[in-house]
Design a protein around this ligand. Sequence first.
Ligand SMILES: NC(=O)c1ccc[n+]([C@@H]2O[C@H](COP(=O)([O-])OP(=O)(O)OC[C@H]3O[C@@H](n4cnc5c(N)ncnc54)[C@H](O)[C@@H]3O)[C@@H](O)[C@H]2O)c1
Length: 544
Amino acid sequence: MSENFSISPGGEKFPLPKPEDYKEEFESLKKRVEEERSKNREIVVVMGVGFVGAVMAAIVADTVDSKGQPSKFVIGMQRPSVRSYWKIPLLNRGVSPVKAEDPEVEPMIKRCVTEKKTLIATYTYDVLQLADIVVVDVQCDYLKEELGNVSNGQTDMVALEASLHVIAENIPAEALVLIETTVAPGTTEQVAYPIMKKIFRNRGIESDPLLAHSYERVMPGRNYVASIRDFWRVCSGINEKARDRVVKFLNEVLNTEKYPLTVMDRPIESETAKIMENSYRATILAFLDEWSLFAERNGVDLIKVIKAIKVRPTHSNIIFPGPGIGGYCLPKDGGLGVWAYKHILGFDDNIFKITPLAININDTRGLHVGQLTRDALRNMGQPIASADILVLGAAYREDVGDTRYSGSEVVIRKLTEMGAEIRVHDPYVEHWWEFEQQDTFPAPGQSKARFFRNQEKLKDICIEPNLNKALNHAEAVIFAVPHKAYLHLDPDEVVRTIGQPAAIIDCFGILTDEKIRRYFQLGCEVKGLGRGHIQRIKEEVRKL
Ligand SMILES: NC(=O)c1ccc[n+]([C@@H]2O[C@H](COP(=O)([O-])OP(=O)(O)OC[C@H]3O[C@@H](n4cnc5c(N)ncnc54)[C@H](O)[C@@H]3O)[C@@H](O)[C@H]2O)c1
C-alpha cells in the first residue's frame, strides 16, 4: 500500500490530503457551519467514523425537531491515515463506509448526505473548533499477550488519549464531549478529565470540560440502526451541567420515549455497567463450555438440555456458545475491567476470578473443534494432516459479515497447525482480513497467528462464494456458524455435492437427529460440540 494513498475495500484509491489542503478544507467547513447555524442547527462532530461512529453520525444527522426540521448538522471526523482516510470521501458521496446487513444503513447515510444535507465528513481536527457537541467513537483496544490468558494483557488507549488531547486543544469551552467508546472503568474521570483539564488550563479556560459517557450497545446485523437508535441507553456526566447536556442530547437523537434513558450519578458507574453487562454475557457463555464437554463424554445432547432449561423464564437467556465467542466486545471488555482495577484505580490484589476465566475459556473453546475433526477423520481412516477441510462460516455469529475475533479463526488456526488444508465459505464475508493481512491486522504483531505454528499459508485464504464448489471433494465439513444458508442443507445433497462421505462437525447444534442419522447412513462420520448423543445414533445406524 502506497503511503500517499488510502485504498477503500472496493479498491478505489484516494490520495491523502496534503499539508496545503487543510487550510482550504477548514475555510469551507467554517462557511458551511455558519450557514447551518443560521438554520438553528446544532453542530455535532463525531470522531471516528468506524463501525459505530458512521452509523451514530447518520442517526444524529437524521434527527428532526418538533416541526419536522433537521435540528443537527453532523461532521464525521476521521484521521487521514492510510488505513482509514478512504472513509471520508466515501461518506461525502453518501456511501456508507461500513458494510452492514441492515438495509436501513445505506439509505440513511445517503439521505442525510445528499438530500437532507445534514451530514459531511472531514479529516481536519480544526473542525472541533466549530463543535457544540463532540461524540467520541474511536476504538479502545485490549491487547492480549497469550492465548487463553486475558489477565496479562494491556489496554491500548493510544487512539482515545490522542483524541482527547486534540479535542481539548480545539473545542470551545462549552462544548459537550460525549465518550461512547467502550472504556476501562474510571477512564472518563481519571484519564479523560485530567488530560482535558490541563489543556483547558493552558488555554486559559477556567471551567471544567463538559465530559459525559454513554456506551453503545450496537449489534451488527439486520437491526444495526435500531440497536443504536431504538434501544435503551445508560449515560452519565462528570458534573450536573454535563449530565443535563448529555440527557438533553440523547433525548433529542434517540428514541428515548420508547426506550428511556438510565442516568447514572457518575461516569464510573455507566462505564462499569458496560463492562459488567458484557462480562455477564461472556460468563454465561463460558459456563456452558464445561457442560458441553460433560455432554460429549456422557451421551448427553446439550442442545436438548438447554431447550429443557430455557422454558424456565428465569433461565431463558442460557445460550449455546458455538466454537468461541467473538465480536469486538465480549472478548475484550472484561479485560478492560480487570486492567482498570489495577492500572487506573490502583489496587494490587486480585479480586477478579470469574471474569478473566470466562474470557480465557471463550478464547480457547475453538481448539476443541480441532480435536473433534481429528477424531472424526481418524474414524474414517484418514489423518488430519493434509486433509481438505471446509469451514462453513467465518463470521462471529449468524447472518452477519463481521469476522472480528470469530471462533472460526481459532478453529482454522488450530486445524492448520495440525496440517490440514483449509477452504472457507461464508455468504456474508468477501475478505477475511484476520488471515489475508495477518502481518498487520488487527494491528502489527497482534494477529492470533503468533499463537500457532505453520500459519504463513493462511494469508492466501480465499472465501469461496459458491457453496457447491466449496463442498466439492471436501474430506471434512465444519458447520462453524449457524448462518441461515446452512440450517436446511439436506445430507443427501451435501454428500452428493462433496462426491464422497465426509467427516461432518457440528459446532452450533445445527443438525437435527434425523440429519445426523442420515449422514451416518450415507457413510459419514459425525461429531458435534456438546452433542454426546451422536454416538448413540451412530450405534443405532450401525446395528441396522
Ligand atoms: N462494533 C461493535 O459492534 C461495538 C459494539 C458496542 C460498542 N462498541 C465500541 O464502540 C467503539 C468504537 O468501535 P468501532 O467498532 O466503531 O471501531 P472502529 O475501529 O470501526 O472505528 C474507530 C474509528 O476511529 C478512528 N480513529 C481512531 N483514532 C482517531 C482519532 N484520533 N481521530 C479521529 N478518528 C480516529 C479510526 O480510524 C476508526 O475509523 C469501541 O470502543 C467499541 O468497543 C463497538
